[in-house]
Design a protein around this ligand. Structure first.
Ligand SMILES: Cc1cc2nc3c(=O)[nH]c(=O)nc-3n(C[C@H](O)[C@H](O)[C@H](O)COP(=O)(O)OP(=O)(O)OC[C@H]3O[C@@H](n4cnc5c(N)ncnc54)[C@H](O)[C@@H]3O)c2cc1C
Length: 451
């Protein structure tokens, strides 16, 4: 039996892989992180250009209990920066105007986004009889609890913002786990959510949207640089075998690596391919997880040359309102130092499950389409400054109706392999903070398993 080269190998240096490595190192484990690309971060990709700090992938993150506990434990909490309180203001494009999204009961009563009947129906949620959310789509769950008007008016645009997804295909149990649990517990979302909110000792996150002074790269760099030579860039894993108590990882064009433990922190389709040599049925299940493609197109705008003020978090474009734009984010209004003096940074997101075809458009046509939509939303007087386009063919996983049971089944199938964990946005939440929490949980699990 040959000795392994390292305690734990981690494949993928996105948020999840780096968080797993950070936790394992803190527990005294020797790790190697294999990353296919020439940079760490995966879908978190910050760039400085012409005085702008531009996010090409993820823009801000939420600090749920898992992400917060990880950052605290890793000594990284002091790096995070809250978005300005103005970020609470969000808009929807409706009939060519930006309409504020209601963020509280009073705003809900006043909003033009719902009819009087739609508002009554929504406010009647606590009195709607308990149903069975198992296997329901988000659209079905939301229509049953909140009324059918709320789905296109509020829920659909919200899902566009987070998932670039389709509410009729996303699964309620995966997308709104706390709301589904609240209904199961209290019979109503509102009643079910109120009860645990007052529980003492319940782990809590921090409200709002977050980044660092250097964008998401601030966290990625902190985790990556602490790894030093343990982070091996341009090392693409191409196969995994389990032999004689250790994992043999094939690396494209390089010699293979043997490790006693393994964290696979990759997008689901890539993990599916790698699992073919280990547990093919788990691989086949993972291969069914769809991804929404997204293009992120940034421009610099003169705030004096737009009809609408650039304020708040940004705006979302409901289905049927625009040609290709899903939404626009005003990052320079949220964090200092994101744009040169006298300019604002606007990042437009396009594609998603609604218009996956737009990713195939050449740069000039894609920009022209998006600027037409941006003009409708903001009223452009003059040409914005082009700041680049990033295309993400697999941007955001789309947890379907049976996602929770699919993930449970994959985990059960893999349970016979010792010291093996999957981590990343494909499993228990698609956002950057979820990926950090998922990586940290994988790291903790392997740290506590016998080495
Ligand atoms: C355009 C866009 C906007 C987004 N906006 C937000 C947002 O505003 N807020 C938010 O919370 N989330 C957002 N997200 C989602 C967020 O970025 C992801 O949830 C998170 O970054 C995923 O991290 P991960 O570690 O799971 O995966 P990834 O970031 O995909 O990391 C996987 C890593 O594995 C590497 N890899 C792939 N194959 C191999 C291989 N064979 N061998 C070795 N390495 C390999 C990849 O190069 C990559 O570095 C956005 C995503 C995109 C694309």
């Amino acid at each position: 039996m040959t000795a392994p080269d390292v305690d734990v190998a981690i494949i993928g240096a996105g948020a999840a892989g780096l968080a797993a490595a950070t936790v394992l190192r803190a527990a005294g484990r020797e790790v190697v992180v294999l990353e296919a690309e020439a940079r760490a971060g995966g879908s978190a990709c910050t760039e400085r250009r012409d005085g702008y700090l531009i996010e090409r992938g993820a823009n801000t993150f939420r600090l749920g209990p898992g992400a917060l506990a990880f950052l605290r434990g890793a000594g990284l909490e002091s790096r995070v920066l809250a978005a300005s309180p103005a970020s609470r203001e969000r808009f929807l494009l409706r009939g060519g105007r930006l309409v504020p999204v209601p963020m509280g009961p009073l705003e809900l009563v006043r909003t033009p986004l719902l009819s009087a009947r739609g508002k009554f129906r929504l406010l009647a949620e606590p009195f709607v009889r308990r149903g069975n959310p198992s296997g329901e789509s988000v659209a079905e769950f939301a229509a049953r609890r909140l009324g059918s008007e709320a789905v296109p008016a509020l829920i659909g645009p919200f899902l566009t913002g987070v998932y670039a997804g389709d509410e009729t295909r996303l699964g309620a149990e995966a997308v709104f786990p706390s709301l589904v649990a609240a209904e199961r517990r209290g019979g109503s979302i509102v009643r079910g959510l109120l009860a645990p909110a007052f529980e003492r000792g319940r782990p809590r996150g921090r409200a709002g949207s977050w980044s660092t002074a250097d964008g998401l790269l601030g966290l990625i760099d902190a985790m990556a640089s602490a790894l030093g030579p343990r982070l091996q860039l341009q090392h693409r894993a191409s196969g995994i075998r389990f032999e004689e108590g250790s994992y043999h990882i094939e690396i494209e064009g390089k010699s293979s690596l043997r490790a006693r433990g393994l964290v696979v922190a990759l997008p689901a389709p890539t993990t599916a391919g790698l699992l073919a040599g280990l547990e093919p049925e788990a691989g086949r299940e993972l291969a069914t997880i769809e991804y929404a493609p997204v293009a992120s197109v940034s421009v610099g705008v003169d705030p004096g040359a737009v009809r609408e003020p650039i304020r708040g978090f940004g705006f979302l474009v409901p289905c049927g309102e625009g040609e290709a734009l899903l939404g626009g984010l005003f990052l320079s209004a949220l964090f200092p130092g994101r744009a040169p003096a006298g300019r604002e940074l606007v990042t437009m997101l396009a594609g998603g499950m609604r218009r996956p075809d737009v990713l195939a458009e050449p740069d000039d046509r894609l920009s022209a389409m998006l600027l037409r939509d941006l003009d409708v939303a903001l009223g452009l007087r003059g040409d914005p400054e082009p700041l680049g386009i990033a295309r993400w063919p697999r941007a955001v996983p789309q947890p379907g109706r049976h996602h929770v049971s699919l993930v449970a089944s994959v985990r059960t199938r893999l349970a016979r392999f010792p010291r093996l964990a999957l981590a990343g946005a494909a499993y228990d939440g698609v956002a950057f903070g979820d990926a950090l929490a998922s990586g940290a949980a994988a790291g903790q699990r392997l740290s506590s398993e016998e080495s």
